[in-house]
Each structure stands twice: as C-alpha cells, then as structure tokens.
Design a protein around this ligand. Structure first.
Ligand code: HEM
Length: 164
C-alpha cells in the first residue's frame, strides 16, 4: 500500500515540535507510557526482565530496564523525524521491529493506543503550540511508522501459513 505523504509544512511542524520535546525525551517518553498503561494496563505484563513481570505499573515505570525501553522508543521516533524526507529508508528496520513486538506478545491493535498516548504526551509537552495541524502531521507520521511495523505481524502470519 502506498504511504500517505507528509507535506513540506507538515514536516516543518514535526521538526519544530520535536525540537522542544526531545530536550527531555525520558520525561516525555515516561508521560507517553504512563498514559499507555492507564489506557491498556495489561500491557505492563509484556515487559519481563529476568523472566519476571511487574505487578505494579509504578515498579515498571521506575525500573532501569524499562527506562531503557523508553529511550529505545524515543530513539526510533527521533530517527523517523530525522528521516522525514526518506521514511522508506526505515522500512526494513521497522518491519523487523514489528516482528520482535509480535514475538513478545504485543497485538497490532495496541499500537493505536500507543499512537493516542504519543499525541497525549506531545500535547502535555507543547500545550497551545500543539495545534490541530501539528496533531495531524504527527498522526500521519505515526501512521507511516506503524504501517511499516505492521508488516512484521502480517509477514509472520503469512510465513506460518506457508510453514516457513
Ligand atoms: C504496545 C507497546 C509496546 C510494548 C508492550 C513493547 C514491548 C517491548 C518489549 C517487551 C521489548 C523487549 C524488551 C526490551 O528491549 O525492553 C521491546 C523492545 C523494543 N521496543 Fe518496544 N514495546 C512497545 C512499543 C514500542 C514502540 C512504539 C517502539 C518504537 C516505535 C518500540 C521500540 C522498541 C525497540 C527499539 C526495542 C528493542 C528491540 C531490539 O532489541 O532490537 N517499542 N518492546
């Protein structure tokens, strides 16, 4: 499927807003995941380090391993923002990232909740500067990222059907 293209002004809105958000990636990433766990609390059980999962969201949010995951997520978003003019260069990486998330038990639908939580975190950081145009631009970028990641789910299902 052809990706929806971001316009020049939309790319500019993303770059400008990310400059502010990326000044404190860990904080805004923590806002994103706190919101995600409010909307879909069972996702916390997918984060298992040393074979045990967290019984409380707060324990997860404050663990060193999970903090690293937040940094990983923000690094992927940062890479997408840096590649706005050639998003397809991330395709292969994102497909493989999608496959890894399927393997740890993430459902593709949960990525809608991640998108909602990302918009929430951006708005919390930017306040009035998070205009409806900026929101639309970020929604489109996120949809592009998820479209590439979703190939990791579909490709796996196809391979299973074909017995690969
Ligand atoms: C539904 C939300 C998500 C869940 C439940 C989830 C869960 C996980 C888990 C359990 C791991 C393996 C442990 C770890 O590395 O900490 C992982 C790895 C990772 N996640 Fe996520 N994740 C989610 C969303 C995302 C998003 C939105 C991104 C970026 C766009 C992302 C990027 C990564 C990266 C880069 C890794 C490391 C992959 C590697 O080792 O090669 N995750 N995730």
């Amino acid at each position: 499927m052809e990706k929806d293209q971001l316009s020049g002004p939309q790319k500019e809105l993303i770059r400008e807003s990310w400059q502010t958000v990326s000044q404190d990636q860990l904080h805004h990433g923590t806002v994103l995941f706190s919101r995600l766990f409010e909307l879909e609390p069972e996702l916390v059980f997918l984060f298992q380090y040393n074979s045990s999962h967290f019984s409380k969201v707060q324990d997860c949010l404050s663990s060193a391993e999970f903090t690293e995951h937040i940094r990983k997520v923000m690094t992927v978003i940062d890479a997408a923002v840096s590649s706005l003019d050639c998003l397809s260069s991330l395709d292969e990486y994102l497909t493989s990232l999608g496959r890894k998330h399927r393997a740890v038990g993430v459902k593709l639908e949960s990525f809608n909740t991640v998108g909602e939580s990302l918009l929430f975190a951006l708005e919390s950081c930017l306040g009035d500067a998070f205009t409806s145009d900026t929101r639309e631009a970020w929604s489109l970028l996120y949809a592009n990222v998820v479209q590439s990641m979703s190939r990791g789910w579909h490709r796996d299902s196809q391979e299973q059907r074909e017995g690969i």
